[in-house]
Design a protein around this ligand. Structure first.
Ligand code: FPP
Length: 253
């Protein structure tokens, strides 16, 4: 089902965020601090992905979205990019059965045409095998950029409705959001970035409009259940007003 924007309808707020989106930052610094190659941090990062999936599933999160590779990450040294690609392939090959056992439906979003054919096949196969799972939808953003997403949505919309170019005033938020790569999910309630930086870095820029933003110095390979509980405790104390006043929230009309 296509979800409406929180600017159009206010989502239910609960103790546990329904949708958590994470920028997994700090792998390289985690490794450098230990005099290891940066890629060792990515290898350890996969263990943190497993912990996050398990912890979110147990706590009742319905959607977990992880930024694994941005459109800008191709600028990294060729060796690091190739290790990351091999890591994605190995992880997809190894983890699908475990995901099914945990009730996890896997989705990959981004411009996948840039990946080699083997990786594209593995992605399609993993999505197909996990498609019926309903406990948690795990989305991996790979070769993803928020601007790319908005642009491809606008292009798809104009392809489907060429008459809109003559009547741009008929274009609305709902039509555009239904063509975003993650149209199957509600907008994130909680955004987490590890590694100490306080940036959104072109991740889900449309959908993060009303998300609560949580930043932690913890490097991604050290992130686990304890850190998730800290983030969720912080989230519980937030007052999500969606443009309203505190008074309106206390006594809704
Ligand atoms: C950012 O840390 C991390 C990445 C660009 C890659 C994330 C990949 C993983 C966690 C492993 C694979 C994931 C899956 C889903 C199989 P950084 O390298 O920018 O760290 P730095 O800021 O310390 O340099």
């Amino acid at each position: 089902m296509v979800q409406t924007s929180s600017t159009l309808s206010i989502p239910q707020t609960g103790q546990v965020p329904c949708h958590v989106a994470i920028i997994m930052d700090g792998n390289g610094r985690w490794a450098t601090k230990r005099h290891l190659p940066r890629t060792a941090g990515h290898v350890r990062g996969v263990q943190a992905v497993r912990r996050a999936v398990e912890a979110c599933g147990h706590r009742g999160v319905r959607y977990l979205t992880l930024f694994a590779f941005s459109s800008e990450n191709w600028r990294r040294p060729a060796h690091e990019v190739s290790v990351l690609m091999r890591l994605f392939i190995r992880t997809l090959e190894k983890e699908v059965d475990k995901l099914i056992a945990q009730g996890v439906c896997l989705r990959i979003v981004g411009d996948l045409s840039a990946f080699d054919a083997k990786l594209q096949d593995l992605i399609r196969e993993a999505e197909r095998k996990t498609a019926g799972q309903t406990t948690l939808t795990l989305t991996i953003a790979a070769n993803y950029g928020g601007r790319w997403d908005i642009l491809q949505a606008a292009q798809a919309l104009l392809r489907d409705h060429p008459e809109l170019s003559a009547h741009p005033e008929h274009l609305d938020e709902a039509a555009l959001t239904s063509r975003l790569a993650m149209a199957y999910a509600p907008e994130p309630d909680l955004f987490i970035r590890t590694g100490g930086e306080q940036r959104i870095s072109n991740f889900l820029i449309w959908q993060l409009a009303y998300a609560e933003l949580y930043f932690t110095d913890c490097f991604w390979p050290d992130f686990g259940a304890v850190e998730i509980d800290q983030a969720f405790a912080w989230y519980r104390d937030r007052e999500r007003r969606f443009g309203r006043t505190s008074e309106q929230l206390r006594s809704p009309a």
